[in-house]
Design a protein around this ligand. Structure first.
Ligand code: COA
Length: 270
């Protein structure tokens, strides 16, 4: 008997864990099994000390993910649809607020739930042939995996309304101009671009990255004064780490070495 392929594949590339949605024949449309394995794979990557950055992509050349599986969705009753949306929201909220930096490597269509998944990541790096849309309105439905909230947080209310209420597909170039895409690359250079961003993120102290991300995420949820209190508390927690003092000390040592090198230079005579 033939085993069915895993709906999510995990591969390790140095300190980068790449998770690949693996249902190319259906443009990586989500099933509950795929969502459950994606969540489990994220937890596994978070628990692995050698993994410093998590990236998510889609298999095949056409799609990151074309959203929730419409064939399955159409048969759900209201309660089942509600539970489905809450499960998606929980998974994406966990991703959005996890301790490690995350990158959506968008290699084609990012539609509906696929767009929501990309927005739940810290960074979106897209191929030049990628496109983004919330087509739900064209199906007389609406985003339900956090899309209305994440879109406003990531692109502002006016821009989010354009996406959610028009249903139109936007090119990666248009999205870059809107500011929520952090890098564009030719399809065959996309993974290199993701690896380069991941290498930068992995070169910093993981605790400083985690504390910064936590404070940034709260900015969308708290009034300014509470957000500033939270930032100050996070700053103090981070400052108590050995990494923070080592980083500051190393800067001073580099400056001191530069000063010494300058004093040993022969004076320039006119
Ligand atoms: N759910 C279930 N199946 C999907 C799907 C989805 N969201 N998106 C694509 N597929 C399937 C298609 O039914 C097709 O299956 P088949 O080969 O068994 O017929 C396969 O994936 C390829 O898609 P196809 O439509 O033939 O490719 P295309 O290049 O002509 O069009 C899209 C690509 C993305 C424009 C089109 O598939 C589409 O509009 N998909 C729905 C996107 C959407 O509305 N998402 C939000 C869902 S709430």
């Amino acid at each position: 008997m033939q085993n069915s392929p895993l709906p999510v594949l995990s591969t390790q590339h140095g300190s980068l864990r790449l998770l690949t949605l693996n249902r190319a024949d259906k443009l990586n449309a989500f099933t509950p099994e795929m969502l459950a394995l994606l969540s489990a794979s994220i937890e596994e990557a978070l628990a692995d000390e050698a993994t410093r950055v998590i990236a998510i992509t889609g298999s095949g050349a056409k799609a990151f993910a074309a959203g929730n599986d419409i064939e399955r969705l159409v048969s759900l009753d209201g309660v089942a649809a509600y539970r489905d949306m809450v499960a998606g929201q929980r998974a994406l909220l966990r991703l959005h607020d996890c301790a490690k930096p995350t990158i959506a490597m968008v290699n084609g269509y990012a539609l509906g739930g696929g767009f929501e998944l990309a927005l739940a990541c810290d960074f979106i790096v897209a191929s030049t042939n990628a496109s983004f849309a919330f087509p739900e309105i064209t199906l007389n439905t609406m985003p339900g995996w956090g899309g209305t909230q994440l879109a406003v947080a990531k692109m502002g209310l006016a821009c989010a309304k354009r996406f959610v209420m028009s249903g139109r597909r936007f090119s990666a170039q248009e999205c870059e101009a809107y500011g929520f895409i952090h890098g564009l690359a030719a399809p065959d250079e996309l993974f290199d671009a993701v690896q380069s961003l991941a290498a930068t993120l992995a070169s910093y102290d993981p605790f400083a990255i985690e504390m910064s991300k936590r404070a940034l995420n709260r900015a969308n949820e708290l009034p300014l004064s509470a957000g500033l209190d939270f930032e100050a508390a996070q700053y103090a927690v981070n400052f108590s780490s050995e990494g923070a003092r080592a980083g500051l000390r190393q800067f001073l040592e580099r400056q001191s070495a530069r000063r010494t090198a300058r004093t040993h230079l022969a004076p320039v005579t006119p």
